[in-house]
Design a protein. Structure first.
Length: 391
C-alpha cells in the first residue's frame, strides 16, 4: 500500500480523495433515484404500505449487520479493493429488483444491495478521512458531504424525467452505479495504510470517541425523523400538499449549503465545542418550530437554517473522528460511526411517529428537540470532564 505524509496534499492523496468523493456521489445519485423507485414499483404491484415499510427497513438491518466486519475485511484485501468489490456487488444487485417477481425475493436483495452500499460509504469516508491532511480535513469532508447531498437531490429529479415504468429507470440506476467504480479503478495506488490491527473489538469503537459516534446517531435519528414526517406535520398544520412537500426541500437545501462552511470552521476551532454549539442551536430551532408554524415562510426559513445546522453533526463528527484516530483504528471507528448513524435512522422515525400520536401535531418538534438536547448535554459533559480536545 502507498503511505502518504499526514500534512501534505500530494497528487496521490488528491487522487484517492477525488476517487472516493466521485464514487460516493454516483452512489448517492443512484440511491436518490432508486429508493423512491423501489417503493413505487412495489406499490404498483399491489404490495401494502406496511409490507413496503418492512422491506425498506432491511436497509437498516443490512447496515447494522455489515459494519462490524468492514475494517477486518478492508485490512485483509485493501480498502480500495474492497470498495471496488462493494460497488460491483451493488451494481449487479440493483437490476435484479426489476426481475424479482415475488416480494420475498426483495428481502435478500435489499440485504445484499444495502449491505454493499453501506460498505461503500464506510470505506469511502474512511478513505477520505485517512488521506485528508489534518489542516484541511474539515474542508474536504465538507466538500464530500455537499456533493453527496447534491447527488441525493439529483436522483429524484432524474427519476421524474425518465418515469418509473419499465426497465429504463433500473437501467439508468445500474449505469450510474457502474460508473461509480471507474474512479476507484484509477486510484487503487492511493490505498490508505492499514498495517496494524484495530485495538479491540467493534463495540469498543462505538464509544471510543463518543462525541463523534453519538453525533452520527443523533443526526441519523433527527434527520430521518424529520424527513420522514415533516410533510405529514405540514399537512396536519393545514398546509396544502405542495407546501408540505416544500418543507422537505427546505431541510434538504439547508443540508447542502452549510457543509463546506462548517467543515472550514471545524479546521479552525475545538471540534467538541463546535459540536456542542451545533446541537444547542438545532435544539433551540426545533423548540421554536411550533411557535412559527402558522407562518409558512417563517417555517420554511427556520427549516432551511435548521437543516443546515443539524447536518453539521455528521460532517464535524467525521472530522473529529479523523483527528482522533488513524489507520485500522480509524477504519473500525468509521464503521462504528456509520453503525450508530444507521441505528439512529431506525430509532428516530419510530420515536417521532409515537410522539406525533401523543402530541398531535407538534410531537415531531418535541421528540427532535429532546434527542438534540440529550446530545448537547453529552457534549457539555465531555467538554467539562475531559481536557483533551480530541476526546
Amino acid at each position: 500500500m502507498t503511505a502518504v505524509p499526514a500534512d501534505t496534499l500530494d497528487s496521490t492523496r488528491r487522487l484517492g480523495i477525488a476517487a472516493a468523493i466521485g464514487a460516493t456521489t454516483a452512489v448517492g445519485t443512484s440511491l436518490g433515484l432508486g429508493l423512491p423507485l423501489l417503493a413505487i414499483v412495489l406499490e404498483s404491484r399491489g404490495i401494502s404500505s406496511s409490507a413496503i415499510g418492512i422491506n425498506t427497513a432491511m436497509a437498516g438491518v443490512a447496515a447494522l449487520a455489515v459494519t462490524p466486519f468492514v475494517a477486518r475485511f478492508a485490512r485483509a484485501v485493501g480498502a480500495a479493493q474492497l470498495l471496488l468489490l462493494a460497488l460491483l456487488v451493488a451494481t449487479a444487485a440493483f437490476p435484479l429488483f426489476f426481475l424479482a417477481s415475488d416480494l420475498w425475493m426483495w428481502f435478500p436483495l435489499r440485504f445484499v444491495f444495502h449491505g454493499a452500499i453501506t460498505m461503500a460509504f464506510v470505506l469511502s469516508e474512511f478513505w477520505i478521512n485517512a488521506l485528508a491532511p489534518d489542516g484541511k480535513r474539515g474542508l474536504i469532508l465538507g466538500i464530500y458531504a455537499t456533493v453527496l447531498s447534491l447527488g441525493f437531490s439529483v436522483g429524484p429529479a432524474v427519476l421524474g424525467l425518465v418515469g418509473t415504468e419499465g426497465f429504463m429507470p433500473f437501467a439508468l440506476g445500474t449505469m450510474v452505479l457502474g460508473l461509480s467504480a471507474v474512479p476507484v479503478l484509477f486510484a487503487l495506488r492511493a490505498n490508505p495504510p492499514m498495517e496494524e490491527k484495530p485495538r479491540g473489538n467493534f463495540l469498543r469503537y462505538l464509544t471510543l470517541v463518543p462525541l463523534a459516534t453519538f453525533a452520527g446517531f443523533t443526526f441519523g435519528a433527527t434527520d430521518s425523523g424529520i424527513l420522514g414526517f415533516i410533510a405529514l406535520y405540514g399537512l396536519r398544520l393545514g398546509y396544502d400538499t405542495a407546501d408540505a412537500a416544500l418543507m422537505v426541500s427546505a431541510v434538504a437545501i439547508g443540508n447542502v449549503v452549510s457543509q463546506i462552511p462548517l467543515g472550514l470552521l471545524a479546521d479552525r476551532v475545538d471540534r467538541r465545542k463546535l459540536l456542542a454549539v451545533i446541537a444547542a442551536i438545532a435544539t433551540v430551532g426545533m423548540a421554536l418550530l411550533p411557535t412559527v408554524a402558522d407562518d409558512k415562510w417563517l417555517t420554511f426559513g427556520l427549516l432551511t437554517v435548521w437543516g443546515g445546522v443539524v447536518a453539521g453533526l455528521y460532517t464535524v463528527g467525521l472530522v473529529h473522528l479523523g483527528a482522533r484516530l488513524k489507520g485500522s483504528d480509524l477504519a473500525a471507528a468509521n464503521a462504528g460511526f456509520v453503525f450508530m448513524y444507521a441505528l439512529g435512522m431506525l430509532v428516530g422515525p419510530a420515536l417521532v411517529g409515537a410522539g406525533m400520536d401523543a402530541w398531535n401535531p407538534h410531537g415531531l418538534a418535541v421528540v427532535e428537540a429532546t434527542i438534540l438536547a440529550a446530545y448537547t448535554a453529552l457534549a457539555v459533559w465531555r467538554i467539562a470532564t475531559t481536557s483533551n480536545r480530541n476526546a
